[in-house]
Design a protein around this ligand. Structure first.
Ligand code: GLC
Ligand code: MG
Length: 583
C-alpha cells in the first residue's frame, strides 16, 4: 500500500468526525418564537379584552404547538391611543391586562413549561399622559429634556405652524403644539406618543433601567419596537433647527401620507446602532451572571444592508434577531416563484456568515398570511418559515390560518385606520383586521371572551376556523404546524445546508441536506398543476417520500414521488425526503 493510501485511511475517520461535529445551539437558535398580541389572545375576566391571566391559562397550548418562546406585544400602563405602544409607565402593568402579580404568575408558569417570555421594549416614545410628560409641561427641566421640542414657525399672518414638514407614520404633521411650554413636540407615531430624546444621557440611562427592571423579573429578552426611528438628525449641524425632509421620488400625492417624504433625517440613523449595541451590553451583563442568553429582536422595516447593522459591527454585538420582513414586505399571493426566491435570498445574502437568519410571515401590523397570500398557501408559508435555515417566528393565529377580520369603519379603532378620516378606504391601512380575537372554538366570541362585546369584532367564519376543530381534524393547519415544529428539530433542519430554486414561475422548491439526509420542500404558489423535475438538485434522484403535505393535498405521508417527474397539483405544498436506493 502506498504511503498516500495509508495516510488516507488514517485520516478518513478524522474527516468523518469533523464533518459530523456540529455546534451546540443555544436555546434561542433552535426555537420557535410565537407572538402574542395580549389584547386579542384570551380574555379571562369577561371585559372583552385579552389579559395576562388569559395568557397564563393558555400556555399549555403553546407547549402543544411546540414553540419554546413567546414575545408579547406591550402589557405596560398605557392610555391605549396606540393600543399599548404608547406607554405611560414603563415599570407598570396596564390594569385591564392584570397586575404585576399576574405577570409574575405568568412567568412562573412559563418557567414550569420551559417557555421563554420575551417582552416588547418600546424605546422610541412614551405617552403624552405619562408623569414624565406631565412634569415636562409643568416646566420640570429633567423631564422636559426627555422629549424633543422645537419652536413653531410663524407665517405672514402671524399663524403658528409646525417647525418643519416632518410627517407622522400615521399621517399628518409629526409635531404637536403645547401651549404650556409654547413649543411643539415630536411624535413620529400618534400624537399620544411623544418621541424620547436619545441625545439626552438621562433618557439613555432611564431606558436601560427599564430593560434591567424587566430582566430582573426573569424575562428572556426583548422585541425592540420601531427601532429605526430612535434618533433624529443632530440639529446643531443645521444651525439649531431640524431641517425639512426632501420629497420622496415616487411619492403619493397626499402630503399627509408618511410616504410623501424621504425620511433621511428621522430614520435609520447611525447613532441608533450604537444604542442597540449598548443594550446588548446590558443583556450580556445578565448572561455573565448566570450563563443564560437574553435575546433582542429588533423591528426595522429597512434595507437589508441597514438591517444587518443591528447584528453588530464586527466588533460590538447587537441584536441576535434583526427581524427579517421579506415575507411580509416583498412578496404576496401574486408573486412568482422567482420573486419569492429573490426575496428569501436577500436576507441570507446580506447576513453576516456567522449569524442566523430568522423568518416571519405575519405580525400585528400586517394583514394575515391567508389574506395576503391565499388561504391555500397557509401551510406552504408555515413550511417556509419553519424549514428554512434559522429561527422561526409565528404570529398567533397563523398556525390555524386565521384570516383578516372585517372591521367596519364604525368599529375601527386602530389610529392608522382612523387617521385616514376616510370611511371608504380606511381598511387599506387599518391594522384591526389582523388583530381580531384569537379563535379558540365555536362558542360565543370564538371562546376568546365570555363578555357581551369584544374590543374588536370576532372574524367571520370562526365557527369552522378555530383551534378546537383543527385539533380534532387530522388534516388541519394546526396539525401541519405541529408537525413542522417537530420536524425542524431534526438535525437536517437545524444544521443542514440550503439551496433553493424557482423551477418555473409557479413552483418554488428548496433542499436542506445534512449528514446523508436530503429533504426537498416544494410549494406551488399558483392555481395550476405541474410536473416537475427535482433532479435539478444534486443527489436528488430516484424516489422522494412524502413526509408532510398541505391540508388539501391528496398525497399522504409515505407516498413515493419520482424525482424526475413529480406531479404537483395547484397550490400544493409538500415536504419530501430523498429515499436512499441501492446504487
Ligand atoms: C411598531 C409596532 C406598531 C406600533 C409602532 C409604534 O411598528 O409594531 O404596532 O404602532 O411601532 O410604536
Ligand atoms: Mg380581560
Amino acid at each position: 500500500m502506498s504511503a498516500k493510501w495509508r495516510i488516507g485511511i488514517i485520516l478518513l475517520p478524522v474527516l468523518v468526525l469533523v464533518q459530523c461535529q456540529v455546534k451546540e445551539l443555544d436555546w434561542w437558535e433552535k426555537t420557535v418564537f410565537y407572538q402574542i398580541y395580549p389584547r386579542s389572545f384570551k380574555d379571562s375576566d369577561g371585559d372583552g379584552i385579552g389579559d395576562l391571566n388569559g395568557i397564563t391559562d393558555s400556555l399549555e397550548y403553546l407547549k402543544e404547538l411546540g414553540v419554546g418562546a413567546t414575545w408579547l406585544s406591550p402589557i405596560f400602563k398605557s392610555p391605549m391611543y396606540d393600543f399599548g405602544y404608547d406607554i405611560s409607565d414603563f415599570y407598570a402593568i396596564q390594569e385591564e391586562y392584570g397586575t404585576m402579580e399576574d405577570f409574575e404568575r405568568l412567568l412562573q408558569k412559563a418557567k414550569e413549561l420551559d417557555i421563554k417570555i420575551v417582552l416588547d421594549f418600546v424605546p422610541n416614545h412614551g405617552s403624552n399622559e405619562s408623569v414624565w410628560f406631565e412634569e415636562a409641561l409643568k416646566g420640570h427641566e429633567k423631564y422636559y429634556n426627555y422629549f424633543v421640542w422645537e419652536d413653531g414657525v410663524e407665517d405672514e399672518n402671524g399663524k403658528l405652524n409646525p417647525p418643519n414638514n416632518w410627517v407622522s407614520v400615521f399621517r399628518k404633521s409629526a409635531w404637536e403644539y403645547r401651549k404650556e411650554v409654547g413649543k411643539y413636540y415630536l411624535h413620529q407615531f400618534v400624537i399620544g406618543q411623544p418621541d424620547l430624546n436619545y441625545r439626552n444621557p438621562e433618557v439613555v440611562e432611564e431606558m436601560k433601567n427599564v430593560i434591567r427592571f424587566w430582566l430582573d423579573k426573569g424575562i428572556a429578552g426583548f422585541r425592540v419596537d420601531a427601532i429605526a426611528h430612535l434618533f433624529e438628525v443632530d440639529k446643531t449641524l443645521f444651525g439649531g433647527k431640524y431641517p425639512d425632509e426632501p420629497l420622496a421620488q415616487n411619492r403619493e400625492i397626499d402630503p399627509d401620507n408618511y410616504d410623501y417624504l424621504d425620511h433621511i433625517y428621522t430614520k435609520d440613523h447611525e447613532e441608533t446602532f450604537e444604542m442597540v449595541y449598548q443594550w446588548r451590553d446590558v443583556l450580556d451583563e445578565y448572561k455573565a451572571k448566570d450563563g443564560f442568553t437574553r435575546v433582542m429582536m429588533t423591528e426595522a422595516y429597512s434595507s437589508p444592508q441597514i438591517t444587518m447593522k443591528y447584528f453588530g459591527d464586527g466588533v460590538r454585538a447587537g441584536a441576535q434577531m434583526p427581524f427579517n420582513f421579506v415575507l411580509i414586505s416583498e412578496v404576496s399571493g401574486s408573486s412568482t416563484a422567482a420573486e419569492l426566491k429573490y426575496a428569501l435570498d436577500k436576507f441570507l445574502t446580506f447576513k453576516p456568515v456567522d449569524k442566523l437568519a430568522n423568518w416571519v410571515a405575519g405580525n400585528h401590523d400586517n394583514n394575515r398570511v391567508a389574506s395576503r397570500y391565499s388561504v391555500e398557501l397557509v401551510d406552504g408559508l408555515n413550511m417556509i418559515v419553519m424549514l428554512l435555515p434559522g429561527i422561526a417566528v409565528t404570529y398567533m393565529g397563523e398556525e390555524i390560518g386565521m384570516v383578516d377580520g372585517y372591521v367596519s369603519w364604525e368599529d375601527t379603532v386602530d389610529p392608522s385606520g382612523c387617521n385616514t378620516d376616510d370611511p371608504i378606504n380606511y381598511w387599506t391601512v387599518s391594522r384591526d383586521p389582523e388583530r381580531t380575537p384569537f379563535q379558540w372554538n365555536s362558542e360565543k366570541n370564538a371562546g376568546f371572551s365570555t363578555g357581551d362585546k369584544t374590543w374588536l369584532p370576532v372574524a367571520e367564519g370562526y365557527e369552522t376556523l378555530n383551534v378546537e376543530i383543527q385539533k380534532s381534524t387530522s388534516r388541519s393547519h394546526l396539525n401541519v404546524y405541529k408537525q413542522l415544529t417537530r420536524l425542524r428539530n431534526e438535525p437536517v433542519f437545524r444544521y443542514g445546508r440550503f439551496e433553493s430554486v424557482a423551477l418555473n414561475p409557479d413552483i418554488f422548491a428548496f433542499k436542506r441536506w445534512h449528514d446523508g439526509e436530503i429533504y426537498v420542500t416544494v410549494i406551488n404558489l399558483k392555481n395550476r398543476d405541474h410536473t416537475i423535475d427535482l433532479t435539478y438538485f444534486e443527489h436528488v434522484v430516484g424516489h422522494l417520500e412524502v413526509v408532510l403535505t398541505d391540508i388539501r393535498s391528496k398525497k399522504v405521508p409515505g407516498d413515493l414521488l419520482e424525482a424526475s417527474q413529480a406531479e404537483i397539483v395547484a397550490h400544493e405544498s409538500l415536504v419530501l425526503k430523498v429515499v436512499h436506493t441501492l446504487r
